[in-house]
Design a protein around this ligand. Structure first.
Ligand SMILES: Nc1nc2c(c(=O)[nH]1)N[C@H]1C(S)=C(S)[C@@H](COP(=O)(O)O)O[C@H]1N2
Ligand SMILES: [Mo]
Length: 517
């Protein structure tokens, strides 16, 4: 028997979409879908915007190795790279969907539906979005399917090809324009929460108990060290936020609950109305490499967290304070550290005299001396649950970082920089050392494995801040290696064993190589 291998209704070549047109149909439909989703997200929560939601999902669910590789390779530009990566993949899938749909729209509709479902999942799996939020991916999916189907019809090459071409171009341009308008409206609606106006309304914060005045010689900036107090603009920034959370002081609430006698809730006015203290604290990121810049110092203004916790009444057995940011980031902090009156853990609302900048957690964040930020420094904090380490894990713990994160005693050479040329003879080497809550006792510097020279220490401002140091060394011509190590007040000297940041902070001696002429 002869089989007729031709498809029953073989499309005539004339009804087949040219490649470029097929891809345009798909890409324009994608734009329409994203814009519709963005518009609705403007009303139901900015994080529900499909592209952002998918970006967030990729960030939270990427394998540990990929996340660490991205951080190491792109540093704080990792978010931009993530966005570009997601965009390239989505565009690629869309183009392929277009090419598969040259004969009929069905394959493209299937791909659009699958992308839509991904949008749903990305939104549904976010703890920080309400149920209404699924309206955003729903709108995106409907817009994508409808526009694709419609444009696909318009794209059919008819007898009068010029006519059809013009009508298709008009339709496509109309959709692109409409998408632009919808997207812009969504953007404006989503950003109607005016954070800067709220910060301005809060105004200057004047603590009842101000920070100590900086003593002379707190830093050796003239010798090249960092300034003792880091300006708000220069303060290092680390967080998972792809877009900054927008909270106003008026809308903000902090709930403390879980293993407590009585759950409590605070407004910004409640916190501001309490006796405010101001304390210098050096924050450090666990991801900081030896010699790195992810460490800064500010005068933080706020209230002791201990007071708030005592008001709620911490039940015995609660060993972890599980804090949650408005964007879903979480951190687990040992309750001991927070209840210790000497530690000075704060709920901070101010930074160097101003309300917290938006990127540093406005309206309120945690600051806990002596613990790396990932286990203690929750920005945009809205919820604190008293629980146990056995019961819950903060954001970074299942991603390969240690549940406990005490800051390791460390030191850094700020001047000279690696690779510098220096004149022979006397040269001042200067930098910082830190051992938060313990204090720095001694810093020593050596050249080429020679003897250790004790450095002059800057004035001690407090145990919770870094301490500057400097030493003048006689350098002989040639390639020289300069190393530093600190000893803290417990007598612990930094180990020279090099360890990477994961899982609980880098170790090793900061080393710079210079050429002496
Ligand atoms: N909401 C939120 N808070 C967060 C983070 C985050 O990703 N989201 N990152 C933490 C980490 S890892 C660090 S090191 C500090 C950094 O605080 P900074 O950006 O103000 O310097 O914030 C902590 N608080
Ligand atoms: Mo961090």
């Amino acid at each position: 028997m002869q089989l007729d291998t031709r498809p029953a209704a073989a499309p005539t070549p004339a009804s087949r979409l040219p490649r470029g047109r097929a891809i345009s149909v798909a890409v324009v439909s994608l734009l329409a879908a994203l814009a519709a989703g963005h518009l609705v997200a403007g009303f139901v929560g900015a994080g529900a915007s499909p592209f952002l939601a998918v970006g967030n999902w990729v960030r939270d669910n990427s394998p540990h190795a990929v996340v660490e590789w991205a951080k190491a390779t792109f540093g704080t530009a990792d978010k931009t790279v993530l966005f570009i990566g997601v965009a390239v993949v989505v565009l690629g899938v869309t183009a392929v969907a277009g090419l598969l749909s040259r004969d009929r729209p069905t394959p493209g509709l299937v791909v659009a539906a699958v992308l839509g479902v991904l949008g749903f999942l990305a939104v549904l799996t976010r703890a920080d979005l309400g149920q209404l939020a699924i309206a955003a991916p729903a709108a995106a999916m409907v817009a994508g399917l409808v526009v694709f189907n419609w444009l696909h019809g318009k794209a059919q090459p008819a007898e009068q090809d010029r006519e059809s071409r013009r009508s298709f171009l008009r339709a496509g341009a109309g959709v692109v324009l409409g998408a632009g308008v919808l997207g812009t409206v969504g953007q404006l609606t989503g950003s109607r929460v005016d954070v800067e106006a709220s910060r301005a309304a809060v105004g200057r914060l004047t603590p009842a108990s101000p920070a100590p005045k900086l003593p002379p010689r707190a830093d050796f900036a003239a010798d090249g060290t960092a300034r003792f107090i880091t300006g708000n603009r220069d303060f290092y920034r680390i967080d998972t936020a792809l877009t900054l959370p927008r909270l106003t002081a008026r809308d903000w609430r902090l709930r403390i609950h879980g293993l407590v006698d009585e759950p409590v809730e605070f407004t910004f006015a409640d916190i501001r109305g309490r006796r405010l203290i101001e304390r210098p604290v050096t924050l450090a990121c666990v991801s900081n490499e030896v010699g790195g810049g992810l460490i800064s110092t500010a005068n933080w203004i706020g209230v002791p967290l201990r007071e708030l916790l005592l008001e709620a009444g911490v039940k015995p057995g609660a060993d972890q304070l599980f804090s949650t940011s408005t964007d879903g980031f979480t951190a687990g902090t040992p309750v001991d550290a927070l209840l210790d009156p000497d530690r000075g853990a704060m709920l901070a609302i101010g930074m160097n005299g101003e309300p917290l900048p938006q990127e540093h957690g406005f309206p309120a964040r945690m600051v806990v001396p002596g613990l790396y930020g990932y286990v203690s420094a929750t920005k945009w904090v809205v919820d604190m649950e008293l629980t146990t380490f056995a019961d819950k894990q903060g954001y970074w713990i299942p991603r390969g970082w240690s549940a406990r994160g005490p800051i390791k005693t460390q030191s850094r050479i700020d001047s000279p920089r690696d690779g510098f040329d220096l004149p022979r003879g006397a040269n001042t080497v200067a930098g910082v050392a830190w051992a938060q809550t313990i204090g720095v006792r001694q810093v020593a510097v050596r050249v080429d494995d020679g003897e250790w020279h004790r450095a002059e220490l800057g004035a001690e401002v407090g145990l919770n801040t870094w301490r500057m140091w400097r030493v003048t060394l006689d350098l002989e011509p040639g390639e020289r290696t300069i190393q530093v190590r600190a000893t803290d007040n417990r007598g612990h000297t930094q180990t020279d064993a090099e360890a990477p940041p994961a899982p609980d902070g880098a170790t090793g001696w900061h080393t710079v190589r210079v050429a002496v002429h």
